[in-house]
Design a protein around this ligand. Structure first.
Ligand code: FE
Ligand code: FE
Ligand code: ZN
Length: 289
């Protein structure tokens, strides 16, 4: 498919969007994003709690790609379904995860570039080490030189037996990969806060730790959420921007931080479209150009 490459978004503006419903198609999401003041967005590749993907409408996808190019959108983010668990104890669930990521990446290969974020998985009692090995095994079978999409591991809050709750765990996965060119990390502000990283009082320290444990070159995107719970709660309940324990001042420091300010930010707050529009307006106002 021939289409202009997405730019890296606005050079001086905040690159921000939110999670949008894919129900009405790709082009529709692009128009919706623009309507609410966003210049990127995130969407589920399929029903987040189910499995089968809808048949891909490539004409619709092409319309979005042109639209995104014309409007200087930053990189678009596709989110894998929650049912994808690469490190389940059940072989059938692991096979399903592999099938999902293969299908999704082949669909996304029609984008000029995109991010594909997924939750590393829950080891459900097998232990962290085995979980990490299984996640890396799945990634090793899909990451290749020719891949156009960059696959992002999401930082997790550590509820249940989730893997990815520490930078060490994410690094261990990355270290097992044969091909590290097409892998990155998406930092979810609610998740890292719930995971015990104090981005409110020690953002510099947390980013330093990210650099020491993983390397900042792997940090590609930010999920921008406040948290209903306290630091280290391991809960994962998102709050609207400024309405949780992270707060608006800390969020302002996050979007303006020299290490983070050029990354794309994606809101996953409990909102309807007008709520997202409001949050985008608020954050754009706080961004120092
Ligand atoms: Fe997520
Ligand atoms: Fe997230
Ligand atoms: Zn979450």
């Amino acid at each position: 498919m021939v289409a202009p490459y997405f730019s890296s978004g606005g050079q001086r503006m905040l690159n921000i969007g939110c999670h949008l419903s894919a129900a009405k198609g790709y082009y529709h999401m692009g128009k919706e994003a623009l309507d609410i003041g966003a210049n990127t967005f995130q969407f589920f590749t399929r029903n987040p709690r189910g499995g089968k993907a809808k048949k891909v409408n490539y004409d619709d996808m092409k319309l979005l790609i042109e639209f995104a190019g014309r409007n200087n959108f930053a990189t678009l983010m596709a989110h894998a379904p929650y049912t994808m668990n690469a490190c389940s104890v059940e072989p059938s669930i692991r096979n399903f995860a592999l099938q999902v990521i293969q299908e999704d990446l082949s669909t996304l290969d029609n984008f000029p570039n995109a991010y594909y974020v997924f939750h590393p998985g829950s080891h459900s009692g097998q232990g962290v080490e085995q979980g990490i090995a299984l996640i890396a095994e799945m990634l090793n079978s899909v990451l290749s030189d020719g891949l156009r999409t960059t696959v992002l591991l999401e930082t997790m809050s550590g509820k249940g037996t989730e893997i990815g709750k520490t930078f060490e765990e994410l690094n261990l996965i990355i270290q097992l990969l044969e091909q590290k060119e097409k892998i990155g990390v998406c930092l979810d502000t609610c998740h890292v806060y719930d995971g015990g990283y104090d981005i409110v009082n020690n953002l510099d320290g947390v980013l330093k730790e990210f650099d020491d444990k993983i390397g900042l070159n792997f940090l590609k995107a930010v999920h921008c959420n406040d948290s209903l719970n306290i630091l280290g709660s391991h809960k994962d309940r998102h709050a609207c921007i400024g309405k949780g324990n992270i707060g608006l001042d800390a969020m302002s420091r996050i979007i303006n931080h020299p290490i983070l300010r050029k990354l794309p930010f994606y809101l996953e707050t409990p909102n309807d479209l007008s709520g997202y529009a409001e949050e985008i307006r608020t954050l754009r106002k706080l961004y120092v150009e």
